[in-house]
Design a protein around this ligand. Structure first.
Ligand SMILES: Nc1nc2c(c(=O)[nH]1)N[C@H]1C(S)=C(S)[C@@H](COP(=O)(O)O)O[C@H]1N2
Ligand SMILES: [Mo]
Length: 160
């Protein structure tokens, strides 16, 4: 059955969902509405796109670090060295994807204020899905939009 909005007759668009998987005690499925359950931060950013030039945007949302830490990454939180080997793979619904290293967002290391944005220029991202916001990046390419999966991986080891 197709659900319709009584007022407009347009089909109700489903809320986008993001799966959090990997080396986590509490893997989760999160909507953008769920992301509003963490403290919300603002970022007013400028980045450069190699094909379309400079861009300015305003974003709000939780810190990526707050969301991932609450999913229980499989490291000892009081041992700094234990966190260094964790990778964070971020995947957009269109296949665009990127990596962060855990120490980029960890307050004991680079402490970058990376957001999982719930709004873009004042518009809610509930249907499009959240967007990665990296104020430290000059280039816009890691600002993955429509995020549908994030995997935290502590097993990567360079082949010897
Ligand atoms: N899902 C997804 N996110 C993406 C991309 C993409 O192709 N797919 N392109 C990136 C690139 S290269 C840039 S420069 C910015 C563009 O952001 P804008 O559309 O706000 O200019 O989005 C980034 N996020
Ligand atoms: Mo870009």
């Amino acid at each position: 059955m197709t659900r319709t909005r009584a007022a407009t007759g347009t089909p109700a668009r489903p809320a986008a969902e993001l799966v959090l998987t990997g080396d986590l005690a509490r893997p989760a499925r999160l909507t953008v509405a769920d992301l509003r359950g963490w403290p919300q931060h603002r970022a007013h950013v400028t980045f450069d796109c190699a094909t379309s030039g400079p861009r300015r945007h305003r974003f709000t949302g939780p810190l990526l670090h707050d969301v991932l830490r609450d999913a229980g990454p499989a490291f000892d939180p009081v041992r700094r060295k234990d966190r260094l080997r964790f990778l964070i793979a971020v995947h957009g619904a269109d296949g665009h994807r990127t990596l962060l290293a855990w120490p980029e967002i960890d307050p004991d290391f680079a402490h970058a204020p990376v957001l999982l944005a719930a709004t873009l220029d004042g518009a809610r991202l509930d249907h499009a899905g959240p967007q990665l916001v990296l104020p430290q990046d000059r280039c816009g390419a890691r600002y993955v939009s429509g995020i549908d999966a994030i995997r935290v991986d502590g097993a990567y080891r360079p082949p010897l």
